[in-house]
Design a protein around this ligand. Structure first.
Ligand SMILES: *[C@@H]1O[C@H](CO)[C@@H](O)[C@H](O)[C@H]1NC(C)=O
Ligand SMILES: *[C@@H]1O[C@H](CO)[C@@H](O)[C@H](O)[C@H]1NC(C)=O
Ligand SMILES: *[C@@H]1O[C@H](CO)[C@@H](O)[C@H](O)[C@H]1NC(C)=O
Ligand SMILES: *[C@@H]1O[C@H](CO)[C@@H](O)[C@H](O)[C@H]1NC(C)=O
Length: 282
């Protein structure tokens, strides 16, 4: 069990989430871990990983082979590490990095179909989170439904804001009323939505991080950017309208939990924020 809990609501979310997993059965050895946020890719998008910071000892070629594979080295590594079940998701930024709405929707469908095919002969060890184009909230809702109903996907993973526009710099945040149709679907289906960081667009990097480029991505920028989005969702009342909605937020809650007291005090719309945010921390 890799999940650590902060607070009752977080524990509750974990229980609900795991009961959904359990309903489909996995290779439960009684001691192995269930892991989420496990990056996976299809050949169409593998080039987007060319500039990733490589983990020590890994070449780019090895990393890319590992991202594309699940049945060989990944399964062997899971067995060696005591991992019972892995929930796959598309590597960041995936569909959220595609500004053209039609191309983004087509890519999401392709990724979901290929993920479903890849895991179909070993659902005891692998599950999936859907990739979604967030240009069109109603279409995103329909695709979420399709992947949950047809493929048994366990929810969706969104890589922060959807970039859009001809300059690739119009950013869509899911805290606007237009996204209610999507949140409504996630609540109805009773599946969690994982909000995951993404590599920033160059304009953000230039404006905010030129003075200290080492803060870009995981050391600092991921948590700052994604927590703005998450707090926008809570401040704009999404959880008031969809109180049974479940979010998964990684990386110790993107630093929000340690600041709940101050958020509560300083922003009237966040009164009792700790009661509204359902963070599942992994
Ligand atoms: C389930 O786990 C056991 C113990 O690790 C292993 O021997 C077996 O091959 C696994 N089954 C599947 C379907 O992966
Ligand atoms: C599932 O299919 C893949 C690709 O054909 C294969 O490598 C793998 O061994 C299969 N896994 C099981 C559990 O049958
Ligand atoms: C999800 O899709 C199924 C199958 O197409 C449909 O029957 C069901 O009404 C959809 N669910 C929602 C909440 O729209
Ligand atoms: C926006 O992104 C697309 C796809 O990556 C690219 O072809 C295009 O040149 C970009 N536009 C700008 C203004 O950077």
């Amino acid at each position: 069990m890799v999940c650590q809990c902060i607070g009752i609501l977080i524990t509750f979310s974990i229980c609900v989430f795991l009961s959904a997993v359990q309903a489909r059965k996995w290779n439960d050895t009684g001691k192995g871990a269930i892991i989420l946020e496990e990056s996976w890719a299809i050949p169409d998008i593998i080039a987007t990983t060319n500039n990733l910071v490589l983990p020590a000892g890994l070449t780019l070629a090895q990393l890319q082979a590992d991202l594309l594979d699940i049945h060989n080295q990944r399964l062997a590594a899971m067995d060696a590490s005591g991992i019972d079940f892995m929930v796959l998701s598309c590597i960041t930024p995936c569909v959220q990095g595609i500004s053209d709405p039609a191309a983004a929707a087509a890519l999401a469908t392709k990724i979901n179909n290929e993920m479903a095919a890849a895991i179909s002969n070993n659902t005891m060890r692998f599950g999936g989170f859907a990739s979604l184009s967030m240009h069109d909230p109603a279409a995103a809702a329909q695709e979420l439904n399709r992947t949950v109903v047809e493929f048994g996907f366990l929810g969706a993973l969104l890589n922060d804001y959807q970039q859009s526009g001809p300059d690739n710099a119009t950013l869509l945040y899911y805290d606007q009323p237009a996204y209610d149709v999507f949140w409504s679907m996630a609540q109805t289906l009773d599946v969690p939505v994982y909000l995951h960081p993404r590599i920033p667009i160059p304009q953000i990097t230039a404006l905010e991080y030129a003075h200290s480029p080492f803060l870009i991505a995981a050391p600092q920028e991921f948590a700052v950017t994604l927590s703005n989005h998450i707090m926008g969702i809570t401040a704009n009342g999404v959880f008031d309208r969809f109180p049974r909605l479940k979010f998964i937020v990684g990386h110790l809650g993107e630093r929000i939990p340690s600041d709940l007291g101050r958020i509560d005090k300083k922003d009237p719309r966040h009164a009792h924020a700790e009661k509204r945010i359902r963070l599942l921390e992994v």
